[in-house]
Design a protein around this ligand. Structure first.
Ligand code: URA
Length: 210
């Protein structure tokens, strides 16, 4: 994957995203849509996973058929909203190992503060996909990627639902080697660090905490 930012403009993704943005959408539907859209985005982010071939017999004849080359995956949720994207990817890649990075955003400085980190073994040999629905200032995302690199990860991708231009720029500056896949590049951040037009607080919307 060479481009730093990929916006997935597939009609199904855009349709589901509109339903998610709508403030009238219920918590249950929001969560279901996030799971579905994550699968469509995961399809894109795994596009270049290496393939090899395996000799098999179809009912008709022998063939050398394509199969994943066995590069293992680690899926890393940036808590807490990243958890809403885990199941969608795990349904596609059930053998993926899962890690968690806990960072909260200081409401005044907007800077990330770490409170939890747990990653699978052997990160350096895995395709690492970090998931967080909202790439806003990019501070917590960049800090999460720092932690993953410190833990040995070298092949990292970042999967989000919405990205702000400010967050993309911050990630490009801090981690130009980490491609980003998103459903939308929104207009801007507001003065509180929320994405505009955005969808509000993704964690509150998926967990019904507001
Ligand atoms: N986190 C969210 O949940 N929403 C935003 O708009 C920005 C950060």
């Amino acid at each position: 994957m060479s481009d730093h930012l990929t916006v997935v403009d597939h009609p199904l993704v855009q349709h589901k995203l509109t339903l998610m943005r709508d403030k009238g959408t219920s918590t249950a539907v929001f969560r279901q849509l996030l799971r579905e859209i994550t699968q469509l985005l995961a399809y894109e982010i795994t596009r270049e996973m290496p393939l090899t071939t395996r000799s098999i017999q179809t009912p008709m004849e022998d063939m050398d058929a394509p199969i994943l080359a066995g590069k293992k995956m680690a899926l890393v949720s940036i808590l807490r909203a990243g958890n809403g994207m885990l199941d969608g990817v795990l349904e596609l890649v059930p053998s993926a190992r899962v890690g968690f990075v806990g960072l909260y955003r200081d409401e005044e400085t907007l800077k990330p503060v770490q409170y939890y980190f747990k990653a699978p073994e052997g990160l350096k040999d895995r395709l690492v996909i970090a998931v967080d629905p909202m790439l806003a200032t990019g501070n917590s995302s960049a800090a999460a990627i720092d932690l993953l690199k410190d833990a040995g990860a070298t092949d990292i991708r970042f999967l989000c639902l919405l990205a702000a231009p400010e967050g993309v720029a911050r990630m490009k500056e801090a981690h130009p080697d980490v491609p980003i896949v998103t459903a939308s590049l929104d207009r801007e951040l507001n003065e509180k660090g929320y994405i505009m037009p955005g969808l509000g607080d993704a964690g509150d919307r998926m967990f019904g905490t507001k």
